[in-house]
Design a protein around this ligand. Structure first.
Ligand code: ATP
Length: 319
């Protein structure tokens, strides 16, 4: 490969900029020309590419969001759109592409790979819903934001006898709820991966209050239901007032943690080196500290395993 491009796609996440920076600087280090595609696959179809130099990615490692912006693009999900995307890259002499995004973005990269463009996927999403990597870029920051928010909610909650229901993001994945729940001492963690009985949640709450607990935190992953519904039901069943907080998009903003920046830097550089070695159609990840690649076909057709051990631990410690 002589010329590559990089794009960010799908939902943005903290650390995407650090990944873009790593891709650009690693490519230049290896003597490869690199282009930034503005606004994901939509920008690709608009031929919205610009050459990136060392300075173009200066002062962004600490910034949330993505300087390349992101978009969702319907046209690119069609075979015609994908062919046009491959043609646009080829016309510019670009034979490699690094895609930073989630599941859908990976599938787009895979289509391009089958059309002869070498592609590498980097997991950029706060949801941690991509398998074959322990963590996705942005997850650590998002969990930190949730924990920070729950600390604040706790301060005011313990002054009253109340339950606080906190709804967090994660799409169909319960990892943000699980990690943030464990880290903030939540009494109950409701995730899409584990069936739950609201009567049991209410009973446990009543039991714990009877044993002297003065407040309880219930974390609800958006994939498992609406925090408001859970709060209403709990108030009705237990007689203890439950207040709901929906954290929303603040979970996707702010400066990335050191861990997310390090993950992004390692994965960005690794993706470039994989392209140089001639690999294509792979998702990059870190498992037990080691950099790994996995066929995108496999990544996108596998459901991420849920950490039941951690879930049980959180429950055991929450009495
Ligand atoms: P996140 O999970 O953070 O939202 P994502 O990458 O899963 O990220 P999507 O909206 O699913 O977000 O995908 C981003 C873009 O990738 C889509 O707008 C579309 O252009 C492209 N894409 C999604 N699915 C496919 C597919 N099956 N084939 C080709 N392109 C796809």
């Amino acid at each position: 490969v002589k010329k590559i491009a990089v794009l960010t796609s799908g939902g943005d996440s903290q650390g995407m900029n650090a990944a873009v920076r790593a891709v650009v600087r690693s490519a230049i280090y290896h003597g490869i020309e690199v282009f930034g595609v503005q606004r994901g696959y939509q920008g690709l179809l608009n031929d919205d590419l610009r050459p990136m130099d060392l300075r173009s990615v200066g002062d962004i490692i600490q910034r949330g969001g993505t300087i390349l912006q992101t978009a969702r693009c319907k046209e690119f999900t069609t075979p015609e759109g994908q062919q046009r995307g491959a043609d646009i890259l080829r016309a510019r002499g670009i034979d490699g592409l690094v895609v930073i995004g989630g599941d859908g973005s990976y599938q787009g990269a895979n289509k391009l790979s089958k059309l002869g463009i070498k592609t590498m996927g980097i997991p950029g999403t706060i949801d941690n819903d991509i398998p074959y990597t322990d963590y996705t870029i942005g997850f650590d920051t998002a969990v930190g934001i949730v924990v920070d928010a729950i600390n604040k909610i706790r301060d005011t909650m313990s002054s009253h006898e109340r339950t606080s229901v906190v709804e967090v993001m994660g799409r169909h994945c319960g990892d943000i709820a699980l990690y943030a729940g464990l880290a903030s001492g939540a009494e109950t963690i409701i995730v899409p991966e584990v069936p739950y009985d609201i009567n049991e949640v209410a009973e446990r709450m009543k039991h714990n209050f009877a044993k002297g607990k003065r407040h309880s935190i219930i974390v609800v992953a958006e994939g498992a239901g609406r925090g408001e519904d859970v709060a209403n039901k709990l108030t009705e069943l237990s007689g203890i007032e439950a207040r709901v907080t929906v954290l929303g998009h603040i979970q996707r903003g702010g400066t990335p943690t050191a861990q997310d920046r390090i993950l992004a830097s390692r994965l960005g550089d690794f993706a470039v080196r994989q392209l140089i070695e001639g690999n294509s159609g792979k998702g990059c990840g870190v498992i037990d500290g080691e950099l790994v690649t996995t066929d995108i076909d496999v990544v996108t057709s596998t459901k991420r395993p849920f950490n039941m051990e951690m879930y049980d631990l959180a429950l055991r410690l929450s009495q």
